[in-house]
Write a protein that binds this ligand. Structure first.
Ligand SMILES: Cc1cc2nc3c(=O)[nH]c(=O)nc-3n(C[C@H](O)[C@H](O)[C@H](O)COP(=O)(O)OP(=O)(O)OC[C@H]3O[C@@H](n4cnc5c(N)ncnc54)[C@H](O)[C@@H]3O)c2cc1C
Length: 477
């Protein structure tokens, strides 16, 4: 039987594994995190901590698979712009088919009924008209919002089903894959304990699925095979987490939960978009050890009075510059430096007036995250902030109040994506039998498409096994 290494059991890895459970291949799964049952919810959400600990607690850093444990919003529509670029790789129909598989799996394993958020004809007309009048473009999407509180049950239940079916699977929890290098047509993996290293081992595999997420993107670039891949520079999104009153957005929230509204800035023609809306949710820190970003989430049961969402400005670069990730991380570190180590918060009115925010004591919008008050314009490029302010002014025409003085802006909210890797329709690279899936491939940007890419790789591996199988059959008699 051929041996396959699956590196990373986040959204993409889990769905690849689901495809491979019971297949004619020996699958070894490596993840730096503990087994799913031992993964915990964010200690801030649980009320155990007030602020993010100085060292990342593995909740949003590698080890917890982020989005499929935190908020767990799943975009179910095959869109050319939302959630990733698989639309360009496999086309609308094939993408929709896999997204439907993801939807059914999640709903089958959900501990309670999770409604699919789907706009009706009247709502669509409502938003299209308002968006056009505001100079914005609306992109259709259906989504599931599972909530951070349902995530452990769903993930654990999917994994239990896989285990029950998958006698061909060996799990290596709390194991960091240190390196992957080619040995002729095979792959040599060295791995060690993540938390208490000092027991490095090596094993040889015939195939490899790399699903290390955005958190593993830098690791990927260090691997022996990386230079042999067909790659081109990725994109960065630099933005702000906006927190405002849920009253200002309630009409839109009620109809859509999260309408995708795109805008092209007059100032620099940059594409500006909203991302990750959390009606009645909470702003959270996202601790990456070397820097702290902001994010947001919401829960099925506990609610705040605010809405938070990201407004992101997308940037791609041309030669000679080739390190967009370092660019966005540097901006994040400058913000953290100004804030004494964490995120900054500023009132929109203060940003417009060119002054720092000193206190939020009497502010109309009460923050759900304790962040240092300050001046984001000391760290962010002018064109980025211009784009964000223009976006909020346009959005104010649809949700009156959001561009008010009291609206809170948290920074840094930066998303950097790995380099783009050329892949075939089953996520296989130009190196035969090496598949790269999920956010580490840069083809996906969310749970839905990450999971889809895992399914595609799983299908690709099964096809290969089928093709290889006849040649290995020993003729009877
Ligand atoms: C705080 C937060 C909230 C988010 N919320 C949402 C949301 O609600 N909806 C949405 O669609 N998207 C969300 N996202 C984005 C989403 O998390 C990703 O798009 C998605 O998880 C990508 O899946 P993946 O499998 O590529 O990577 P991940 O899910 O990140 O999984 C990568 C896995 O690889 C493991 N790993 C990494 N390196 C190694 C190594 N060297 N050895 C062994 N294991 C390794 C990690 O432990 C991890 O389990 C969120 C992201 C963050 C950070």
């Amino acid at each position: 039987m051929q041996k396959l290494a699956l590196i990373g059991l986040g959204a993409s890895g889990l769905f690849a594994l689901k495809e491979l459970a019971g297949a004619d291949v020996e699958v070894h799964v490596f993840d730096v995190g503990p087994t799913y049952e031992k993964r915990y919810a964010c200690p801030i959400d649980q009320g155990k901590l007030q602020v993010c600990p100085p060292k990342a607690c593995s909740y949003c850093a590698p080890g917890q698979s982020a989005g499929s444990w935190n908020d767990f919003k799943v975009i179910l529509s095959a869109s050319p712009v939302i959630g990733g670029r698989l639309f360009d790789l496999i086309g609308e129909q094939e993408l929709q088919k896999r997204l439907d598989m993801v939807r059914h799996t999640i709903l089958d394993h959900a501990p309670c009924e999770i409604p699919v958020v789907k706009p009706n004809a009247e709502d669509l007309e409502w938003i299209k008209k308002r968006a056009t009048m505001a100079g914005m473009t609306y992109h259709y999407q259906e989504l599931l919002h599972c909530g951070s509180d349902n995530a452990p049950a769903i993930n654990t239940s999917i994994l239990e089903e896989i285990k029950a079916k998958g006698s061909n699977i060996v799990f290596h929890w709390d194991s960091k894959v240190v390196s992957v290098s080619r040995r002729s047509e095979q792959f040599a993996l060295s791995f060690d304990r993540y938390r208490n290293p000092g027991d490095e081992k090596e094993e040889i595999f015939d195939m490899c699925i790399v699903s290390v997420g955005r958190g593993g993107a830098a690791w990927l670039t260090q691997q022996e095979f990386y230079k042999a891949l067909d790659i081109y520079p990725g994109q960065v999104d630099i933005g702000i987490r906006v927190e405002t009153s849920a009253y200002f957005t309630e009409e839109v929230d009620k109809r859509f939960y999260e309408p995708k509204l795109y805008y092209r800035s007059k100032h620099s023609q940059d594409v500006v978009r909203n991302f990750c809306s959390n009606p009645k949710g909470f702003v959270t820190p996202e601790n990456h050890r070397e820097y702290v970003l902001v994010n947001g989430h919401s829960k099925m049961y506990e609610k705040s009075e605010n809405n938070n969402f990201a407004v992101l400005v997308s940037k791609t670069f041309t030669r000679p510059f080739k390190d967009p990730q370092m660019y966005s991380q540097t901006i994040a570190k400058i913000v953290n430096m100004l804030a004494g180590g964490g995120p900054l918060v500023q009132r929109l009115g203060d940003l417009r007036a060119g002054r720092r925010t000193k206190s939020l004591v009497n502010n109309l919008i009460k923050p759900t995250l304790e962040a240092e008050c300050g001046d984001i314009s000391l760290a962010y490029p002018h064109r980025i902030l211009e784009g964000i302010i223009e976006y909020l002014d346009a959005l104010d025409k649809i949700c009156p109040g959001v561009a008010g003085e009291a609206t809170l802006l948290y920074a840094p909210e930066c998303k950097s994506y790995p380099d783009s890797i050329s892949l075939n329709k089953n996520m296989e690279t130009n190196i035969p039998n090496l598949f790269i899936v999920g956010d580490s491939s840069s083809w996906t940007r969310g749970v839905g498409q990450a999971a889809t890419s895992g399914i595609l790789a799983g299908e690709g591996v099964k096809q290969k096994i089928k093709i290889d199988a006849p040649s290995k059959l020993v003729p009877v008699g």
